[in-house]
Every structure is written in C-alpha cells, then in structure tokens.
Design a protein around this ligand. Sequence first.
Ligand SMILES: NC(=O)c1ccc[n+]([C@@H]2O[C@H](COP(=O)([O-])OP(=O)(O)OC[C@H]3O[C@@H](n4cnc5c(N)ncnc54)[C@H](O)[C@@H]3O)[C@@H](O)[C@H]2O)c1
Length: 322
Amino acid sequence: MGADHARILRADIGAASLAAVHDADPVRASRVAEASGARLVGDASALIADPAIDAVLIAAPDETHAPLVLACLARRKPVLCEKPLAASLDGCRAIVAAEVDGGRRLVQVGYMRRFDPGYRAMKAVLQQGGLGLPLFMHCVHRNAVGPDYLTSELVIGNSSVHEIDVARYLLDDDFVAVSVTSPRASRKAPRRQPHLLVLETASGVVVDVEAFVDAQYGYDVRAELVCENGTVSLAPNPPVSINADGRDGFALAPDWRGRFEEAYRIELQEWVASIASGNAVGSSAWDGYVASATAAAAIESYRTRSRRAIELDRRPDLYRGA
Ligand SMILES: NC(=O)c1ccc[n+]([C@@H]2O[C@H](COP(=O)([O-])OP(=O)(O)OC[C@H]3O[C@@H](n4cnc5c(N)ncnc54)[C@H](O)[C@@H]3O)[C@@H](O)[C@H]2O)c1
C-alpha cells in the first residue's frame, strides 16, 4: 500500500510532493524512494520530527499504527493512517484521547471507500430521499485466493472493517449488535470458513456482509441498499461489459488496488486539500475506533457463536457532527 500511495502522490497529486520515505526494510524503502524521487530516512521518529515534513502517511503493518500516529499527534502533524486505526482497541482509544487533548482533528483513517465514486453516488441517491428509509444493506466482499496467514479474526478485523466503515458512512448510523455465522469451508480452501456478518443499526437497519476470501474467480465487492420505495446498488467496476469466448460479462480487477484505484486517488487528493484548508475529511480517529470496536464484537460473536451487543465509548465533542 505504501508503494501505491507513493506512486499516486507522485503521479496525480500536484498539490503535494513526497519529500521522504521510511521502511523497516531498506531495500523496499530505496525502491520507493528511487521511483518517487523522495529522500530516504532510516528512522520513522526522525521522519515524523523533521520540520520540513508537513504531513505523514502511514502504511506499515497494523501493530505500528498506534505508536506512529501518536508520534505524529505529539508533533501536531496531520496523518493519514491506513486501516485499521490500530491493532487493538486500547490503541484506538489512546489515539482518540491524544487527538481530543490537542483539540483539533489531525488523523484520517485509510477507509478509502468513502471516496469511491460508486459509494458516494449511492449516498447521494439515499440523501435525495425518493427511495425512503433504508431497511437492508447487502454487502459482498470476495477475494480470489486469500493468503495462508488470513485467520477468521483477520478477515473480520482487517477486511470486513471496510464494509463496517462504509455502511456507517452510507447510513449515518451506528451498529448496536452483530451475529456471525459461517457455512462449511470450500473444498478449495478447507482450512478457512467464509463468514456472514449480520449487523443491526441503532435506527433499525440490518446490514449483512458476506466475507469470502477464497472465491477463486476474482476480487468482487458489491453493495445494495434496500429501501422503502426501491433499491440502489454499486454498479460493476470498471463499468464495461466484454463479449468474448461465448460470454457476456463485466471484467473484474484482480484485487483492491485496481478496483479502488480511483478511490485511493481521490482519498489522497482530498486529504492533501484538507491539510491546506484545515477542514478534516474522511474517516476520523473516532470512526476508526468505532469500526474496530464493531469488528471486535463481530470476532467475539464468531468465537462464541452468539449475538453480541456493541457498546461504544462516549463520543467526544471533537467528533460531534463529524
Ligand atoms: N485501504 C486498503 O484498501 C488497504 C489494503 C491493503 C492494506 N492496507 C493496510 O495497509 C497497511 C500495510 O499493508 P500492506 O499490505 O502494504 O503490507 P506489506 O507487508 O506489504 O507492507 C508493509 C511494509 O511496512 C514495512 N514495515 C514493517 N514494520 C515496519 C516498521 N516498524 N516501521 C516502518 N515500516 C515497517 C515492511 O517492511 C513493509 O514494506 C496495513 O495496515 C493494512 O491493513 C490497507
């Protein structure tokens, strides 16, 4: 993700320049630095502390997020941190508390689907009001072949969190309960069951998420809102139908980088613009905490095979109306 963000920053974001790069792996770091013309820095703290650096983008593994974001907040630097906000709920809470102490929103979490033109168009249709109130949201999140290290906990906590965040964004609502149920494992991936999350919102919408990382045929993300007067769905992306080999159908991107290329670009454009304007955009640290707390309840539901209530901390004033 870091290399991808660096490429997009260099190619498409005229209002910012990538000044410096750090990676624990010096070979990867120098590859990105060479491709982007950025300075190589051997230490993350030194990069964050450097007065020549205006803002920081973090795309290191989940466990590094909390200490690195806290270091950015200590220097009062805007930071775009990849999702999830932190590897633990305590880490999320520490970030929220530090940001509230500073009195200003500086953290954006990398839930890029909020910038995807398809989800934004769904939200616009919902806000026009003609469809009435939403009742259901059906979500599908399929990967072709997931890596061996993906456990059920990671599938829910690292992948389904995208649906959790984007459903909150679309519905403007919080989840109050979750149940996870699982069919048998596919014979193509016998060690890992797919999952179905059923989430209930405070205002009474039911959201289901099929999380299936071994679907074989490609990367496929779908969403449909079912409302009182009709439905609105994500269109296939890219929206071209191909006729070949006796078939008529839509091509699928091999993974999220292709499917959400435009969302990543708009995310960075709007993040950079928000630094200049001082008006934060996207998922806040609070949204990051809520997504992780909701995912933690879903993991608990999966482990205990029971419906779990979702109890959130009190939302600090800094995030009211955000
Ligand atoms: N928004 C999205 O769609 C999306 C997609 C994929 C990954 N992600 C997130 O991006 C982050 C990175 O995922 P990835 O798939 O690129 O992982 P990756 O393993 O491919 O890359 C992580 C990089 O971080 C480096 N690293 C490890 N420890 C470090 C440290 N302490 N300090 C600095 N660098 C360190 C590694 O050397 C590696 O180059 C994760 O948090 C992941 O959840 C988000």
